[in-house]
Write a protein that binds this ligand. Structure first.
Ligand SMILES: Cc1cc2nc3c(=O)[nH]c(=O)nc-3n(C[C@H](O)[C@H](O)[C@H](O)COP(=O)(O)OP(=O)(O)OC[C@H]3O[C@@H](n4cnc5c(N)ncnc54)[C@H](O)[C@@H]3O)c2cc1C
Length: 119
């Protein structure tokens, strides 16, 4: 059988939510209006592929883990399919990150999920 180009994608469940769930553990910067004191065994900086897996493994091992992420927390309804929104909101340096001598550009994500959000 010849596959048909343009066929509707398989019905893969959408893991993102239009709105965060009620028990969402993510605290965004705009929700922090005073000093926030958290008690943790481990703090992981960065929520990308490396940080997220590390956090999951530590949590499964019974550690209390806090993950810090400098970028935004974006869910399904935020994604517009437009580069004009995506580069400034989902990439380090608005997509313009490069080596110090500017000879090599570096696309790197910035947000909860890190580069996995854009790869
Ligand atoms: C466009 C694109 C396509 C890709 N396609 C593929 C693919 O097809 N297959 C594949 O295997 N890989 C792909 N990759 C690569 C893959 O996404 C990365 O290798 C992987 O995500 C790196 O994981 P990481 O945890 O090291 O860093 P990242 O996922 O980049 O996460 C780092 C996180 O740390 C945060 N952070 C950095 N500094 C601080 C700080 N001081 N304080 C708080 N937070 C901070 C950043 O905002 C970011 O969210 C792609 C990458 C890009 C950009």
């Amino acid at each position: 059988m010849i596959p048909i180009l343009g066929q509707t994608a398989l019905p893969i469940p959408d893991g993102f939510h239009n709105e965060p769930p009620a028990n969402n553990p993510v605290v965004t910067g705009d929700q922090v209006t005073s000093d926030l004191v958290l008690d943790a065994d481990v703090v992981v900086v960065g929520s990308g592929a490396g940080g997220a897996v590390l956090c999951a493994e530590l949590a499964h091992a019974g550690k209390r883990v806090v993950m810090l992420e400098e970028g935004g927390y974006h869910t399904h309804s935020d994604f517009k399919g437009q580069e004009g929104w995506s580069y400034p909101n989902l990439y380090q340096d608005r997509g313009g990150r490069a080596t110090e001598d500017q000879s090599i550009s570096i696309l790197q994500g910035r947000g909860v999920g890190g580069s996995t959000v854009v790869n």
